[in-house]
Design a protein around this ligand. Structure first.
Ligand SMILES: [Mg+2]
Length: 79
């Protein structure tokens, strides 16, 4: 698993905050947002997310523990 800081030298803007690979090889990108609803997915983050999904990867926006649990259920049952 890799924790990134988008926009810093060497990491493009829009890169997911957390990048990991499921044991079957599937790429997973997680965009983490604050839980108070004030976090906004930027156009760059959205564009990178769509690119990941077009390439058979998984991309999710996580803004709460409940959302994380929901995504984890998805990931472990859909794959
Ligand atoms: Mg973020």
């Amino acid at each position: 698993m890799i924790k990134t800081q988008g926009g810093t030298p060497g990491t493009d803007t829009g890169t997911p905050d957390v990048i990991t690979i499921y044991p079957d090889g599937r790429f997973i990108g997680l965009e983490i947002k604050r839980p108070d609803g004030k976090g906004v997915v930027s156009p760059e983050q959205n564009a990178v997310g769509k690119q990941i999904q077009r390439n058979q990867g998984l991309w999710y926006v996580i803004d709460s523990w409940e959302k994380f649990e929901e995504v984890w259920r998805d990931v472990t049952t859909l794959i």
